[in-house]
Design a protein around this ligand. Structure first.
Ligand code: DOR
Ligand code: ZN
Length: 344
């Protein structure tokens, strides 16, 4: 195939950050995505309607001229989140709330320390039709980092799922066969996003031949049987899996460091890399559903009506991008050749 035209996709999970960085991240995403679920893990996090609205205003101001890109806003759950916060956030346009177990990842220190104490909030969200987005990893220091997602399912996710028969949950950026199986076995209230890095890479790509800080993200890359399970999940055509890049920029110096940050900045190449994955899996016929229709259908939002076209053409991802701050950032797959290119 030389050309693919698909309904304009949305990115159901990303990090735009704030301030000057928005002038880089928002145009990068708006080049091919119509909407994006914007993660709230700023410092301090977006926890209520007021901070959500001001953050959305800053994102809208960073759109390229003429762009009708739409940020879909979320709030960050903390131990202090109240039912009133949920009602007000919903009224301000929040489509979802994000659950980070405290300490799970970048800027999550303010997050939830006891999941059970949030059950009344989940009840309110369920009544309000607000989705729960979950970073599914336990955070106890004695638990091996490669087992944290599996244990989260066993210790928390199964219980939340059983307890709230109407709550819709997105299990974000899944990385294991255990997670894919959980989602496939559960009913239609549970779906999952899958990133390009977890489809393209496994933990060898992080550690063999030297540490590759630009492939470090959380949840961490797993062994290849898990990568293969994720590939099988997207190739199956199940409506429960959809595109969420988890594009998460960190300046080069913060990644190439003795204690490097987690996150891959994939916005400039994600749609093309996903196309490559689906082509390699001989599943290009399932690509449009994954990228463009499963997400809005699950969220209960309209499908986009315009289209994008990708053409078969090699191009090289830049080795560095200079941020508005003047700092360099190394994009995901820097310096590598991609065989699909966005047209126009
Ligand atoms: O790798 C990651 N980076 N995983 C996350 O969950 C957060 C993200 C970030 O904000 O940098
Ligand atoms: Zn994320």
């Amino acid at each position: 195939m030389q050309e693919i035209t698909l309904i304009k996709p949305d990115d159901w999970h990303l990090h735009f950050r704030d301030g000057d960085m928005l002038n880089e991240t928002v145009p990068a995403t708006a080049r091919c995505f119509q909407r994006a679920i914007v993660m709230p893990n700023l410092v301090p996090p977006v926890t209520n309607a007021v901070t959500l609205e001001t953050y959305r205003t800053r994102i809208l101001a960073a759109r390229p001229a003429g762009s009708d890109f739409e940020p879909l806003m979320t709030i960050f759950l903390t131990d202090k989140t109240t039912a009133e916060d949920i009602h007000a956030a919903k009224a301000a346009g929040a489509v979802a709330a994000k659950l980070y177990p405290a300490g799970a990842t970048t800027n999550s220190d303010a997050a939830v320390s006891s999941l059970k104490s949030l059950y009344p909030i989940f009840e309110t969200m369920s009544d309000q039709g607000m989705l729960l987005l979950i970073h599914g990893e336990v955070t106890e220091s004695h638990v091996d980092i490669f087992d944290r997602e599996k244990l989260f399912i066993e210790q928390h996710l199964q219980a939340i799922y059983d307890h709230f028969p109407k709550l819709r949950i997105v299990f974000e950026h899944i990385t294991t066969k255990d997670a894919a199986d959980f989602v496939l076995t559960a009913d239609e209230r549970i779906a999952a996003t899958i990133t390009p890095q977890h489809l393209l890479l496994n933990r060898n790509d992080l550690l063999v031949g030297g540490i590759r800080p630009h492939n470090f993200c959380l949840p961490v890359l797993k062994r290849n049987v898990h990568q293969q399970a994720l590939q099988a999940a997207v190739a199956s055509g199940s409506k429960k899996f959809f595109l969420g890049t988890d594009s998460a920029p960190h300046e080069k110096a913060k990644k190439e460091s003795a204690c490097g940050c987690a996150g891959c900045y994939s916005a400039w190449s994600a749609i093309e890399l996903y196309a490559e994955v689906f082509e390699t899996l001989d599943a290009l016929d399932k690509f449009e559903a994954f990228a463009s229709t499963n997400g809005p259908d699950f969220y209960g939002l309209p499908r986009n009506t315009n289209t994008i076209t990708l053409v078969k053409q090699n191009w090289e991802i830049p080795t560095e991008i200079i941020l508005p701050s003047g700092e360099p950032i190394v994009p995901f797959y820097a310096g590598q050749t991609v065989s699909w290119k966005l047209k126009g």
